[in-house]
Ligand binder design. Structure first.
Ligand code: FAD
Length: 459
């Protein structure tokens, strides 16, 4: 009998335990992707990710065709469509990657029941989406790690599974009916600078990354203008690259420097957040550790933050990068999140929702838990640290190149020293300030800090 490989966050043929297992059988394989109504209903199907997904599906179809197969695409409820495809092709086994969100858990349970009712079996594969499966390492007596450092120690010592080859041939039963593969050009509202998706593109980027850029990573990681991170996050989100394979390749390519180690550590952060969400699905929406209810409400300030008009150039540059590319540098994510939740003292959920509406790598585990980390409601062991945007700017954008790139109003401000481009309100004389069409700060940093301390009961 045929087997179904149900693709979810693993849109690749290389190192894919789901496809690998399904292709082992002799009865043919149905490589299935369902454009799921549930994902759409949850508001997760936003233009940037939909466009990137279209690239991924087109590329996956091509990779499968090169192996004698094709991608089967359906639209509807993922459980119903999978059961229907199984009935049509008389598939006995369905393979899928283990997911981490509450939604993924419910999908898995529903799938299992629907398939078993038809005498079929669901096989859930671990370490497909993450390098280590959630729950694979745990502290004594607990179901997950709440602190990164001890998690990372265990994560590093653990043996990761072997990397799997792409199947050589994929034979798809003729009875497997498919809708059209979606196309990127049919998606509107996409950020103009959105990267291209697909496994071939992901592998090309990964290979380029695994040389000199990887070895320089530890030095350049936080340099905003240098843009010296891997930009592999959307590929990890859609699974066009495998985390297991990236860990392996980075360790092999790293040489003597500390770049590979720093990069692998970031991949472990990804696993860390995934294991938190898998154990506590409610952390996607409610405070994970420290509960804070005193958030201010100020729609005007929230909108200034979203549109990159807070009057703090470093914050605004970052928010505009997000709108333009559907992606933002990690250091910029940290400082804009701190600014929203600690300086403006607005609810982290508001910021997380805005990020998810644009980020091409927008991911429930990474986004929500990084937001909680930044807001001090999550896993940060120093939850009350506040990132001062001016200090951040001077440290990570010393000559203002990042600000000049993204805030064109400030690109030609004459006579500014590196530090001054970060505080245009100091421009002298007043006539020079008036010439620049850029807002004054929405809040005074000292006032913001005082308000924060009061709300948190500090001092
Ligand atoms: P690199 O620096 O090259 O790191 C390599 C990979 O490690 C990344 O691709 C990513 O998969 C992983 N990684 C790096 N940093 C983190 C981290 N802090 N947490 C988890 N994984 C990490 N990342 C997402 O993938 N999706 C999100 O929705 C997301 N939202 C975020 C929201 C906030 C407020 C913050 C502070 C961070 C968020 N991150 C998110 C984490 C991080 O900013 C991005 O993964 C990173 O910037 C992606 O760029 P890169 O691929 O060049 O990263």
């Amino acid at each position: 009998a045929a087997s179904i490989a149900l693709f979810t966050s693993d849109l690749r043929v290389h190192d894919n335990p789901v496809l690998h297992a399904a292709a082992k059988g002799t009865g043919g394989v149905v490589p299935l992707f369902v454009l799921d109504d549930g994902v759409r209903a949850a508001g997760f199907d936003v233009p940037n990710r939909r466009a990137f997904l279209a690239d991924c599906l087109a590329d996956l179809d091509e990779a499968l065709r090169a192996r004698g197969g094709r991608l089967v695409v359906r639209t509807g409820d993922v459980v119903e469509e999978t059961a229907r495809a199984a009935a049509e092709t008389d598939a006995r086994d369905v393979h899928v990657a283990g997911g981490v969100s509450g939604y993924a858990h419910r999908r898995e349970e529903r799938l299992r029941r629907a398939l078993e009712a038809g005498g079929r079996r669901l096989h859930v594969h671990d370490a497909v989406v993450t390098a280590l499966a959630p729950g694979e390492v745990t502290p004594a007596g607990k179901d997950h790690f709440a602190v990164f450092t001890p998690y990372f120690r265990r994560w590093q010592a653990e043996r990761h599974r072997d990397v799997l080859r792409a199947p050589r041939r994929v034979r798809v039963p003729e009875t497997a009916g498919s809708g059209p593969v979606p196309r990127r050009r049919d998606v509107s509202g996409v950020s103009p600078g959105l990267a291209a998706g697909g496994e071939a593109e992901g592998r090309r980027r990964a290979t380029a990354w695994m040389g000199a850029p990887l070895r320089r990573y530890a030095q350049g990681q936080d340099d905003l203008a240098g843009d010296a991170t891997s930009r592999l996050s959307p590929h990890l989100h859609f699974g066009t690259l495998s985390a297991v394979e990236l860990v392996r390749r980075a360790r092999e390519a790293g040489g003597d420097g500390d770049g590979a180690e720093a990069f692998v550590r970031q991949l472990a952060w990804r696993d860390f957040h995934h294991q938190v969400l898998a154990a506590r699905p409610s952390a996607a929406h409610t405070d994970y550790r420290a509960r804070h209810d005193l958030w201010r409400r100020d729609e005007q300030e929230a909108e200034a933050w979203r549109t990159g008009r807070t009057g703090y150039p470093i914050v605004d540059a970052a928010m505009r990068q997000l709108a333009h590319e559907g992606w933002m540098h990690n250091r910029a994510r940290l400082l804009t999140a701190s600014f929203l939740t600690k300086t403006l003292y607005l609810d982290w959920r508001l910021g997380a929702a805005h990020f998810l509406s644009l980020l091409v790598d927008g991911d429930l585990a990474n986004n929500q838990l990084n937001w909680q980390w930044a807001a001090g409601t999550g896993t940060d062991t120093r939850p009350n640290r506040v990132l001062n945007p001016l200090a951040q700017a001077k440290r990570f954008d010393a000559d203002g190149a990042y600000v000049r790139r993204w805030v064109p109003e400030l690109a030609d401000v004459p006579g500014l020293e590196g530090g001054a481009v970060h505080q245009p309100w100091k421009l002298k004389p007043a006539a020079a300030r008036a010439e620049v069409d850029y807002p004054d700060p929405v809040v005074d940093l000292a006032d913001g800090l005082a308000r924060f301390k009061q709300a948190r009961g500090l001092e």
